[in-house]
Design a protein around this ligand. Structure first.
Ligand code: NCD
Length: 319
């Protein structure tokens, strides 16, 4: 089995990836994948053809599941998804998570793509798995493959991330996409990061320490409208209501964390708006009527997930 990132076989955290590896290997490979798909060859890459992927998704997913399955399919791999394991597997009879992973290891799979409900479960799976674990989101922990496609999308728009001012907006406390994105953004020499959230949804100390360690200028604010004209990239998130305690309340005055027509018009001509999706109407952070604005590139971003996940599967599984 190939060891992809130094000694690391599993994809657990965005911490694993260096700027050099991203720019020289993953992004190049992702562009190659796009090129391959545009030319519609019968077979993409013999190295990974017929590899078998097992999907274990304990939480709902649209983009991550579909783009991983499509990526695998377009690379000639086989995907097995047997429904939500919390009801369809023997975990419903009390089997431990570790035993479940050990069992999946017996059936000739080449990797497990895991979306779990709790922070740290991908790392727990990796401890008992002989085949690579790819973390497709672990509770309020991380979502490294989403962050890979996010930085790929920003890199495509600006040619680099060096010198950019980026606004991370909304639920910075519970959004795992934010937690992984910060780890990757810290690889570049950004001009500044604005952390724009209601006070009760501020970014945790671990991620703030990462930015501090990299000496990136950071400013926390509750108001997107106040700083929008400075931003090259606005990265919106939805409220992760499923992770919040039931007593959770956000004051109406703290809801200046959503995009409006006037905020969008006030942003620089070349600026871009990203969102990992899904967006929803709890806060309407990205209203439907702004969808087709040229600054809003959420569907390019989602499509890039296919190329980036093809490239990642290729890097993890070629042997
Ligand atoms: C995100 C996730 O699952 O963390 N969705 C995704 O994978 N694109 C974001 C979210 O659910 O808010």
């Amino acid at each position: 089995m190939s060891k992809v990132f130094g000694d690391v076989r599993h994809v657990l955290s965005a911490n694993q990836f260096s700027k050099e590896w991203l720019e020289r290997t993953l992004f190049v490979d992702a562009h190659l994948m796009r090129h391959y798909l545009e030319n519609r060859p019968k077979k993409l890459l013999e190295l990974v053809e017929n590899k078998r992927l097992r999907f274990l998704f304990y939480e709902p997913s649209e983009r991550t599941l579909d783009s991983f399955i499509s990526a695998a399919d377009l690379l000639g791999m086989k995907s097995v998804w047997l429904g939500d394991p919390s009801c369809s597997s023997s975990q419903a009879k009390g089997e431990s998570f570790e035993d479940m992973i050990r069992i999946v290891n017996q059936y000739q799979y080449d990797a497990i793509i895991l979306r779990s409900k709790s922070l740290g479960e991908a790392a727990l799976a990796a401890k008992v798995s002989g085949i690579p674990i790819i973390n497709a989101g672990d509770g309020a922990g991380e979502h490294p493959t989403q962050a890979l496609l996010d930085v790929f999308t920003i890199h495509n728009s600006f040619g680099t991330l060096d010198g950019l001012t980026i606004g991370l907006v909304g639920d910075l406390k519970y959004s795992r996409t934010i937690h992984s994105l910060i780890r990757l953004l810290a690889r570049w020499n950004l001009k500044k990061i604005y952390l724009i959230s209601p006070p009760v949804l501020k970014l945790g100390e671990t991620e703030k320490e990462i930015l501090k360690f990299q000496q990136i200028e950071v400013e926390e604010t509750t108001s997107l409208s106040a700083v929008a004209s400075e931003l090259d990239v606005v990265y919106l998130t939805r409220l992760q209501v499923e992770r919040m305690p039931s007593s959770f309340v956000i004051e109406p005055k703290d809801l200046d964390v959503k995009l409006t027509r006037s905020i969008l018009d006030n942003m620089k001509e070349a600026s871009k708006v990203l969102h990992p999706l899904p967006r929803n109407n709890i806060m309407s952070e990205l209203p439907e009527e702004l969808t087709n604005d040229p600054k809003v590139i959420i569907f390019d971003q989602a499509r890039n997930g296919l190329f980036v996940r093809m490239a990642l599967l290729h890097q993890v599984l070629r042997s």
